[in-house]
Write a protein that binds this ligand. Sequence first.
Ligand code: 3PG
Length: 210
Amino acid sequence: LPLPLSGVVKGPALLPIIQADTPAQAVDIAKALSAGGIGSVEVVLRTKEALAGIAAVRNALPDLLVGAGTILSAADAIAAKAAGAQFLVSPASTPKLLEAMIDCGLPFAPGVATPSEIAMAFEYGLTEVKFFPAHLSGGIEMLRALSSIFQQVRFCPTGGIGQHNLADFLALPNVFVAGGTWLTPAALVKAGHWQQISELAAQATAIATK
Ligand code: 3PG
């Protein structure tokens, strides 16, 4: 199996999402996050130039850990690795997807939202998963309930995380990192308000390292 994602995450236990229209924009977002103390980012494959964005961020910020998110197929996993992604994140789990990500060899977190999906990942030997959509799937209470059943499984919750609930998610012993888009709101990205993104990141970093 690939290395666990928790073993490679750099900096605070935060995994902000970068969704960028151009590689240059991805680099601007990554620089802003990095200035706010972030050490790991997830560039999501939701825009045409996302793969080029991964390569550009790797090149511009060699100390940042750069992963690819929204991996939905074996082809996505292979393309992300070729672009320079250092880890993979998926919102979902299917046998095909899990096998593709294992074969890829990069640390990864497949998405789960139910006990059966966690059990499926566990059957593949995987004990680190993304819990998505975290808030809509029961949030902190659900993670507490899952902890008594899946005692070895650790989660990266995403979906509905914000500064207001970040500390509560990170306080759970079965949460190893928290992710999402709250540090990179589309409106700030569109307006190029990099300083505000840095400030959001610094606030989250302070919460995560307390
Ligand atoms: C993800 O891909 O994990 C989600 O976009 C995160 O959801 P959020 O936008 O609520 O943070």
